[in-house]
Design a protein around this ligand. Structure first.
Ligand code: SF4
Length: 389
């Protein structure tokens, strides 16, 4: 996703959708709701003179309300929900053999596109979970619409993402409209969002902080760290530990997944079973991890990993192609630190502790992995024929 942002000749012009969003906000028939990704909150401040990595979640919520959004949700809630479904998927593949191991994360559309083109033999390993912003999108038009008595056809979902690849993810397959409506209508980058704040004349530096709309906006620290490389794995391990043993892990910090090393590997023992994990960020680093899996598979040896996290961008989404220009490792590290600090300070640090997620299952989805959850929250992948190996 970074190519348009870094095209050296300027021949590729970034597609700007801020005008579409302003038009919708002024349309009396549209009920506009919005969500922000984890990595956006620790980067947008750079456009307003805040220190690197400053976490501005409350000011972002407040600004979005001033712009006219009727509800302000948080993609971190969707990240918690992705973890609930994905950790359950991991547990059943691990203990019941319901699918291929290693399980590979699928929340990064840059990576999903790359896999479908160049690593189609890995398709069965992919988690079927939709990415967090898709989950918040589909629930805005089903659960939220139902609870609030709003016609889902009127709901217009905007996601603010650190990512340019999210713009195409929203239309990538029929499952992205499994409710009968497209889950997310427009995906803006952090840069477009910063532009909208400036266009609106909002005093972003001075605006008092606000809270999200909790129904699809309350989140745990596990949801927050999704924005940094290794964060999805760490969040998943917290909840997978609970699912496998029935108890929370004695320590929820899994440092082996943190930091900017290209490939991070680690092991942990859960209920007497060794779980081996790998985290790769930047597509060049993915190759060596997949090669290890292929080699072991072909030799009939024990698999090197049970669970793999992949993010296409260096540093994960904090270094995403839709973030303010000029990411350096110092910036990536500081943005990530802003997320880990929030996780550390929070009341809830495991996705399965999110009371609003519990309510969502109790009132609407039924059981984890239910038919309804599957219909709304999961998707599929296909090897693109012209790229078949
Ligand atoms: Fe998008 Fe990059 Fe994050 Fe992948 S790692 S979801 S391409 S910002």
């Amino acid at each position: 996703g970074q190519c348009s942002a870094h095209c050296p000749t300027g021949a590729i012009v970034e597609y700007d959708e801020t005008v579409d969003v302003w038009n919708r906000l002024q349309d009396p028939d549209a009920y506009c709701v919005v969500q922000i990704a984890p990595a956006v909150r620790v980067a947008v401040g750079e456009a307003f003179g805040f220190p690197m990595g400053a976490n501005l979640t409350g000011k972002i919520y407040a600004s979005l309300r001033r712009m006219g959004f009727k509800a302000v949700f948080d993609t971190n809630f969707g990240a918690d929900l992705t973890i609930i479904e994905e950790a359950a998927e991991f547990k059943s593949r691990l203990l019941e053999g319901t699918g291929a191991l290693p399980l590979i994360t699928s929340c990064c559309p840059g990576w999903v596109d790359f896999m479908e083109k160049f690593h189609g033999d890995m398709i069965d390993h992919f988690s079927s979970c939709k990415s967090p912003h898709e989950m918040v999108g589909v629930l805005s038009k089903t659960y939220y619409a139902e609870k609030m008595g709003i016609d889902p056809a009127r709901i217009f979902v905007v996601s603010v993402m650190p990512c340019t690849a999210k713009k195409s993810e929203i239309i990538r397959s029929k499952e992205m409209s499994s409710s009968g409506y497209q889950d997310v209508d427009v995906s803006l980058t952090t840069r477009e969002f910063a532009r909208m704040i400036k266009q609106s004349g909002i005093d972003f530096v001075g605006i008092p902080e606000e809270q999200p709309d909790h129904m699809l906006g309350a989140y745990t620290g596990a949801g927050t760290i999704f924005g940094a490389t290794g964060g999805v794995m760490e969040a998943a391990l917290r909840t997978a530990h609970y699912y496998v043993t029935g108890e929370d892990a004695p320590r929820v910090d899994f440092e082996m997944t943190r930091g900017l090393k290209g490939v991070k590997e680690g092991k942990l023992t859960v209920a007497g079973k060794e779980i081996r994990v790998a985290v790769a960020h930047g597509l060049a680093n993915v190759e060596q991890v997949l090669e290890k899996v292929r080699t072991a598979r072909e030799a009939g040896e024990e698999l090197p990993y049970h669970f793999i996290e992949v993010m296409a961008c260096a540093g994960g989404c904090v270094g995403g192609g839709g973030q303010p220009y000029g990411a350096t490792n110092e910036l990536r590290t500081k943005r990530a630190a802003g997320l880990y600090q929030e996780d550390q300070a929070g009341l809830w640090r495991c996705s399965h502790h999110n009371p609003y997620i519990k309510e969502l299952y109790a009132d609407f989805l039924g059981d984890i992995g239910s038919h309804k959850a599957h219909d709304l929250l999961h998707t599929g992948y296909q090897v693109l024929p012209e790229y078949k190996r």
